[in-house]
Design a protein around this ligand. Structure first.
Ligand code: SAM
Length: 210
């Protein structure tokens, strides 16, 4: 029977990464993608920018949109203190199943809530499902046509607080209520130009009036 790319990526993790060691899981995935098959993980170069934004934000609540095989989830979680809430959403059940095993191999299964479903359906349920009031950090790495609807949805659901940081895998100027900075980078595992945008929420329009 033929395996899928995520299954082969998981196999490479199981063979090459040390159990319970997130850095070695990240290294095994990067090695697989550089030497065997390209895959749409954020990768090592943009991953380093993601690391620095996570560290400077030191969030206590984090939302990731687009888990895929769990590469960026492992990357982010390895930097978070134990009490941080980390929620990641993935609509493809096959990818979610692989991500659970990758995260388990890294020993981080107790730090994560991986929810299967579409962001548009799940974002409005974050308060009820997890008792989340606002997210300090949101990482956008799902399909790009969901970026603008989902940032508006997060705002409408009151899930952004003044100072919340949003990181996009693209150039996005969503509204004047964010202060933004673009980081140039390359498409994962290639030299194709790409980048990330870090946006800080300045507060709701109505709130800014008073
Ligand atoms: N963040 C991952 C990493 O760096 O390891 C890579 C994520 S990959 C680029 C995008 C993923 O988002 C895919 O697995 C896709 O199934 C998922 N996705 C796309 N649109 C989505 C949506 N609206 N809700 C939930 N998941 C979505």
């Amino acid at each position: 029977t033929r395996t899928s790319r995520p299954q082969r990526l998981l196999q490479a993790v199981c063979i090459n990464a040390v159990r319970g060691n997130p850095d070695s899981v990240i290294a095994a995935i990067d090695h697989f993608c550089q030497n065997q098959e390209w895959a749409m993980n954020v990768g090592d170069e943009k991953g380093a920018i993601l690391d620095s934004v996570v560290m400077e934000t030191s969030p206590s609540t984090v939302l990731e949109l687009g888990t895929y095989c769990g590469y960026s989830a492992v990357r982010i979680m390895r930097l978070l203190p134990p009490a941080t809430r980390f929620i990641t959403l993935e609509m493809n059940p096959d990818y979610a199943a692989v991500a659970r095993q990758v995260i388990q191999h890294a020993g981080l299964q107790d730090k994560v809530c991986l929810v299967e479903g579409k962001s548009a359906d799940l974002i409005p349920k974050m308060a009820d499902m997890f008792g989340i009031r606002t997210f300090d950090f949101v990482f956008f790495d799902h399909w790009k046509d969901c970026y603008l609807p989902d940032i508006r949805l997060l705002e409408d659901c009151g899930l952004l607080d003044q100072g919340s940081v949003v990181l996009y895998l693209d150039y996005v100027r969503s509204s004047l209520r964010f202060s933004s900075r673009f980081y140039r980078s390359h498409l994962e595992y290639t030299r194709v130009l790409d980048g990330l945008e870090r946006s800080e929420y300045l507060g709701h329009r109505d709130a800014q009036r008073d």
